[in-house]
Design a protein around this ligand. Structure first.
Ligand SMILES: Nc1ncnc2c1ncn2[C@@H]1O[C@H](COP(=O)(O)OP(=O)(O)OP(=O)(O)O)[C@@H](O)[C@H]1O
Ligand SMILES: [Mg+2]
Length: 386
C-alpha cells in the first residue's frame, strides 16, 4: 500500500528550473556553464541577495535551489534557516566554499537536501546531485504527508473508540431500567404509556447495537490476533444460522433453499465470526427482499477455495454502489423502512479478510436481486495447522 503510494511520485521532466542564489559573479557563471553542458536541459535564474530570492520564490516555482551561504544580506546558517522558513516546498542544495564546509554539513542536518564543495563541482556530479535532491525531497514530503494522515486517522479512531465506550455504559443502564418498568414490577400503566416506553426500548436497543457494531469494527481493525481458530462443520454452522433467522423468514413468508456440494465441510476458522458473517448476509437478504420470495444459499467446494453465496431476489444494488456497500456507514438511498446503521457488511469484510478470504457483491441492477459471496482460501481454512 505504502509502496504503491510512493510509486505514484512523478520523476521530474526536463527542463529543470534552477534558482541559484550567489553573489560572486564568477561562481555564478561557472555553475551556469556546468549546467549548460548537461544532457538534461536546465533553466537557471541567478539572484545575488537572499531577500530577492525569497521574494522571487513567492511568485515563481523552481524544482531546486542552489544556495551560497555567504550573501551580502545574510551569512552562514542564518541564510539557510531564513530560506527554509520561507520556502518549504523546494529542495535546497548548499554550494559551499572551503571556509564554510562545516556549516554546509550542519545545513544538511537541518533539512538541506545535500551540499557540494564549489571547488569540486563538475557537470555530472552537479546534475546527479540535483536529480537526487529533487527525488529525495518529493519522497520525504510524501512520507510526511502519509505520516500526518496516519496520525489523523489514529486520533479519529481513538476518539471514536473512547466515545462509543463512554456511550455504552449509560445506554445499558437505560435499557435495564426500561425493561424493569415494562416488566410491571413498579406498577401498572395504561396502553399509551406502554407503547411509548416500547418505542424508547426499541430505539435504545438500536443505539446499543450501533455502539456494539462500532466497537466490534474497532476490535477487528486493531487486534491482529483476534480470531479464535477451531475446526467446525460449515454446513452445520449454516443450519444453526438459518434456525436463528427462522422467525424473520417466517415474518415475511420467505423460504431458504440450500445447495451444498458436499455432505459435510470441515473447516478451520473462527466459528463465531463466520456465523456472524452468515447472519449479517442472511439478515440483509431477508430485509432487502419482498415477502414470499426465495433466498438461495450455495456452498461450493472448489479447487482452491470454499465459496459461500447468498442469492436473493430483492431490491438489488446499482453498479456504482456495488463496491461501496462494504464501506462503514454506507448510505445508499433506500426506503426508510429498511433501518440499519450500514455496518453489517463492513464487519463481514473484516472477518472474511482476517481469514485470508475476500467478499464480493454482485447485482444485475436495482430491482434485480443481489448475490453476495465470500471465498475462503483452502490453504488457510482446510490445509493449514490451527
Ligand atoms: N442483499 C442486499 N440487497 C440489496 N441491498 C443490499 C443488500 N445487502 C446490502 N445492501 C445494501 O448495502 C448497504 C450496507 O449493508 P450493511 O449490511 O452494511 O448495512 P445495513 O443492513 O443497512 O445496516 P446493518 O447491517 O448495520 O444493520 C445496505 O444499507 C443496503 O443499501
Ligand atoms: Mg445489514
Amino acid at each position: 500500500m505504502i509502496k504503491n503510494q510512493l510509486d505514484d511520485i512523478e520523476i521530474v521532466k526536463p527542463p529543470i528550473n534552477v534558482l541559484h542564489i550567489e553573489d560572486v559573479p564568477g561562481d555564478a557563471k561557472l555553475i551556469q556553464l556546468r549546467l549548460s553542458e548537461a544532457n538534461q536541459k536546465c533553466n537557471i535564474k541567478i539572484v545575488d541577495h537572499l531577500q530577492l530570492a525569497i521574494d522571487l520564490l513567492k511568485k515563481h516555482k523552481f524544482h531546486v535551489i542552489l544556495l551560497d551561504l555567504g550573501l551580502p544580506d545574510s551569512q552562514g546558517l542564518d541564510t539557510f534557516n531564513r530560506l527554509q522558513e520561507s520556502e518549504k516546498d523546494t529542495p535546497i542544495i548548499i554550494l559551499s566554499g572551503l571556509a564554510d564546509e562545516e556549516r554546509a554539513i550542519k545545513s544538511v542536518s537541518l533539512g538541506a537536501q545535500d551540499y557540494l564543495a564549489k571547488s569540486l563541482i563538475d557537470t555530472q556530479l552537479l546534475i546527479r546531485t540535483i536529480n537526487h535532491a529533487i527525488e529525495r525531497h518529493k519522497l520525504l514530503s510524501k512520507i510526511k504527508e502519509m505520516e500526518y494522515e496516519k496520525f489523523q486517522t489514529e486520533i479519529k479512531n481513538q476518539f471514536m473508540t473512547k466515545a462509543t465506550h463512554e456511550l455504552r455504559t449509560p445506554l445499558v443502564s437505560i435499557k435495564g431500567y426500561i425493561d424493569f418498568i415494562l416488566s410491571g414490577k413498579l406498577g401498572s400503566f395504561h396502553e399509551k404509556q406502554r407503547s411509548s416506553l416500547a418505542a424508547v426500548k426499541r430505539n435504545t436497543d438500536r443505539l446499543i447495537m450501533l455502539v456494539n457494531d462500532i466497537l466490534d469494527i474497532k476490535r477487528l481493525e486493531t487486534e491482529t490476533n483476534h480470531l479464535n481458530y477451531q475446526l467446525f462443520d460449515l454446513k452445520k454452522t449454516l443450519d444453526l444460522c438459518i434456525e436463528d433467522m427462522q422467525p424473520f423468514l417466517d415474518d415475511k413468508n420467505q423460504n431458504i433453499e440450500t445447495k451444498i456440494t458436499s455432505d459435510s465441510l470441515l473447516i478451520k476458522g473462527d466459528e463465531t465470526r463466520i456465523s456472524q458473517t452468515i447472519i449479517n448476509l442472511l439478515a440483509n437478504a431477508i430485509k432487502f427482499s419482498p415477502e414470499n420470495s426465495k433466498i438461495t444459499i450455495c456452498i461450493h467446494d472448489l479447487e482452491d477455495t470454499i465459496k459461500f453465496e447468498v442469492i436473493d431476489h430483492g431490491i438489488g444494488i446499482n453498479e456504482k454502489n456495488l463496491k461501496k456497500v462494504f464501506d462503514p456507514f454506507v448510505e445508499i438511498k433506500k426506503p426508510s423502512y429498511y433501518s440499519g446503521s450500514g455496518l453489517g457488511l463492513n464487519i463481514c469484510k473484516h472477518i472474511i479478510e482476517a481469514h485470508g478470504g475476500s467478499i464480493l457483491a454482485q447485482s444485475a441492477g436495482e430491482g434485480k436481486g443481489t448475490t453476495i459471496n465470500f471465498t475462503l482460501p483452502k490453504k488457510r481454512v482446510v490445509f493449514s495447522e490451527i
